[in-house]
Design a protein around this ligand. Structure first.
Ligand SMILES: [Zn+2]
Ligand SMILES: [Zn+2]
Length: 393
C-alpha cells in the first residue's frame, strides 16, 4: 500500500532534520565565497555535488549557461513534475546581501528530501539552478528555451525582512546602455573645438529626472554613469550610462520607454554628440497564482513560519516573472531579519549567514517539499492552479 500523505511528510521532516548540518554548511560555503552572476562556479559545484550525492541526476550547462544546472528525480510516477528554483549569485562588494545562498540551498534541500522517498514519491522533483538573478537573469534564458515546458508547478523562496509574505507581483523592467561620443579638446585652452559627451549625459539625466513628474506613480527610473570622461582638463569624448525603467505593467512601461528614448536624444541634439543606445526588454511582471500560494503558505505554517496571506506587491523585479508567464508558481518570502534591515545591505548579508537564516533555510526545505507532496497527491489542486493561470493570461 502506498504511504499516506502524513507518512510522506513525516519522512521528509526526519530526512531534512538529519541533513540539517549539511544544509547549513552548504549555505555558509556559498555565503562565504560570494560570486557574481554567471560566475557562480564554486556555488554551482557545491550544490550539484550535494544533489548527486543524495541521489538526484544532475546535468550542468542548462540552457547554454555554464553555471546553470538541472537535477531530477522521478518516483513511482514520472508526473507531475514539481521544480524548485535555486539562485546563488551575489552582489558586488556586499556579497550575499540578497540571501541567495539560502535560496539555492533550500531548493536543493527540498529536492533531495523528495528524492529520499525513493519510489514512494508520487511524481518527479526537479531542482533548477538559475544563475545571475541580479544581472542578466538566468530564468529569462531558461523560460525562452522551453526548460519549463515539461514542468507542472514551480516553487521557490526568497529571504526578506520584516513580515514573512508569499507570492505577489513584481515589476517589469527595460534596460538601457547609452554611449555618447563627442570630440576631445583642451578644456581650458580650446573648449570651443570640443564636443562634450558629459554634457550630453548631464542633459539626459536632467531631462529624465524632470520626466519623473509626468509618469504614473508605479514607474521607477534609475541608473548610474559608468564612464564620465578621462581627465578634468580634457573635454570628455566618451560617456556611458546604464539606466533602468520599471513599471507594474508592460504596457505602462513601454510608453515610458519611448519618453526615456526622447530624453536620450535630447542629450545628443543639444550637444552635437553622437549617441549609441543598446536597450532590451528585461524581466516580466510576476503573475501571482492564488492556488499555488495557498498550498505553499499552509506548509510554511506547518514548518513554524506564519506567513501573511496578503500577496506581496513588490516594487522590485525578478526573473521569476518570466517563469510565472509560462507555468503556475509560488514564491515564499520568509523573514530572516527585522524590518529595519534593508535588502541589498551588509546587515542582510550578515542575516543570510545567521542562525535565523539557517532556521528559515531548514523550514523552507521542509515547507517546499511538503507543498510538492500536496500538489502531487491532489491533481484537482494542480488543475485549479492551471485554470487560474490560464484565466490570468
Ligand atoms: Zn537582489
Ligand atoms: Zn534576490
Amino acid at each position: 500500500m502506498a504511504p499516506t500523505r502524513e507518512e510522506l511528510k513525516s519522512r521528509i521532516e526526519r530526512f531534512v532534520d538529519q541533513i540539517s548540518d549539511e544544509l547549513i554548511e552548504l549555505s555558509l560555503q556559498i555565503h562565504d565565497e560570494p560570486e557574481l552572476g554567471h560566475q557562480e562556479v564554486k556555488a554551482c559545484g557545491h550544490l550539484t555535488r550535494f544533489l548527486s550525492k543524495h541521489g538526484m541526476t544532475v546535468t550542468t550547462g542548462t540552457a547554454g549557461m555554464p553555471t546553470a544546472f538541472k537535477a531530477t528525480f522521478a518516483g513511482r510516477e514520472p508526473r507531475p513534475v514539481v521544480a524548485f528554483l535555486g539562485e546563488y549569485d551575489a552582489l558586488p562588494e556586499i556579497g550575499h546581501a540578497c540571501g541567495h545562498n539560502i535560496i539555492g540551498t533550500s531548493a536543493a534541500g527540498a529536492g533531495v528530501a523528495l528524492a529520499s522517498l525513493g519510489c514512494d514519491l508520487p511524481g518527479a522533483a526537479w531542482v533548477l539552478g538559475t544563475p545571475a538573478e541580479e544581472t542578466a537573469g538566468g530564468k529569462v534564458t531558461m523560460a525562452q528555451q522551453g526548460i519549463f515546458s515539461d514542468v507542472n508547478a514551480v516553487m521557490m523562496m526568497h529571504p526578506t525582512t520584516g513580515e514573512s509574505r508569499i507570492g505577489g507581483t513584481s515589476t517589469a523592467t527595460h534596460g538601457f546602455t547609452i554611449r555618447y561620443k563627442g570630440r576631445p579638446a583642451h578644456a581650458a585652452g580650446a573648449p570651443q573645438k570640443g564636443i562634450n559627451a558629459l554634457d550630453a549625459a548631464t542633459i539626459f539625466l536632467t531631462s529624465v529626472g524632470l520626466l519623473r513628474q509626468h509618469v504614473p506613480e508605479e514607474v521607477r527610473m534609475h541608473g548610474i554613469i559608468t564612464k564620465g570622461g578621462d581627465a578634468a582638463n580634457i573635454i570628455p569624448e566618451l560617456t556611458e550610462i546604464r539606466y533602468l525603467a520599471r513599471a507594474k505593467s508592460r504596457a505602462v512601461l513601454d510608453a515610458v520607454v519611448e519618453r526615456v528614448k526622447a530624453c536620450i536624444q535630447a542629450g545628443a541634439i543639444a550637444t552635437g554628440c553622437e549617441v549609441e543606445v543598446q536597450d532590451r526588454r528585461g524581466y516580466e511582471t510576476t503573475r501571482h497564482n492564488k492556488v499555488m500560494a495557498k498550498v505553499l503558505r499552509e506548509n510554511y505554517g506547518r514548518a513554524g513560519i506564519g506567513v501573511n496571506p496578503e500577496p506581496r506587491d513588490g516594487k522590485g523585479s525578478t526573473d521569476l516573472g518570466n517563469v510565472s508567464q509560462v507555468v503556475p508558481q509560488a514564491c515564499a518570502y520568509p523573514a530572516i531579519a527585522p524590518d529595519t534591515v534593508a535588502g541589498h545591505s551588509r546587515e542582510l548579508c550578515a542575516a543570510a549567514g545567521s542562525d535565523e537564516g539557517h532556521r528559515v533555510l531548514i523550514a523552507s526545505a521542509k515547507a517546499m517539499a511538503w507543498a510538492a507532496i500536496d500538489l502531487m497527491l491532489d491533481p484537482a489542486t494542480l488543475e485549479s492552479a492551471w485554470d487560474e493561470f490560464r484565466k490570468s493570461q
